[in-house]
Ligand binder design. Structure first.
Ligand code: NI
Length: 190
């Protein structure tokens, strides 16, 4: 299946809160083919995740996957995960400053994320999951779930002077960030 177009910042669909998917609709062709499109689009764009409103389908579903990702080589592996109606609850007050990018935004910037979270969601078979997620992987989950609320990482950038194009990130910020975050991943384990 071909990848779908990814909407860019400024498109109203990215600012729309995605409504929940009723349990009896999860098995429908509409929802199942949307999930296939999300996986194909994420993989062809080398994303770590993508939310349905990023491809113009306002439903509460996101997919995540990291496996030696060239955009984010420091990110630990995330097995392919389909999350329908995900809910995140922070487990404590510990925060980490991450440098994030987004398939819908041509910039990277620093954002504070919770280090320890609980995520509850349904997978594409409708099976319930309840997991504790930590570290950079928790950051990826928070980024994707923000999309489903119409929130972009640029909204959470506390210091706009950290915003950079990918080219400038690689030239001036990547090495220091990767060194800091590699130490963090080694300590937290994810
Ligand atoms: Ni994004």
């Amino acid at each position: 299946m071909p990848a779908r177009e990814i909407l860019a910042i400024g498109h109203p669909a990215l600012r729309t809160k995605a409504p929940e998917i009723a349990a009896d609709r999860i098995g429908s062709v509409e929802v199942q083919s949307l999930i296939d499109d999300l996986i194909d689009t994420m993989r062809s764009a080398n994303g770590a995740g993508i939310a349905a409103n990023q491809i113009g389908s306002p439903l509460r579903v996101t997919v995540l996957e990291v496996n030696k990702n060239p955009r984010y080589p420091y990110k630990p592996t995330i097995p392919l995960t389909v999350a329908i109606n995900p809910v995140i609850v922070p487990l404590d007050d510990e925060l980490v400053e991450l440098n994030e990018g987004c398939l819908s935004v041509p910039l990277r910037g620093n954002v504070e994320r919770h280090v320890n979270i609980r995520v509850r969601y349904l997978d594409r078979e409708g099976t319930e999951h309840d997991e504790v997620v930590r570290g950079l992987t928790a950051g990826t989950w928070q980024h994707e779930c923000d999309h489903l609320d119409g929130v972009l990482f640029v909204d959470r950038v506390s210091d706009p002077s950290t915003l950079a194009t990918w080219e400038q990130y690689e030239a001036h910020h990547r090495d220091a960030f990767v060194a800091r975050i590699t130490e963090f991943v080694d300590r937290v384990g994810s």
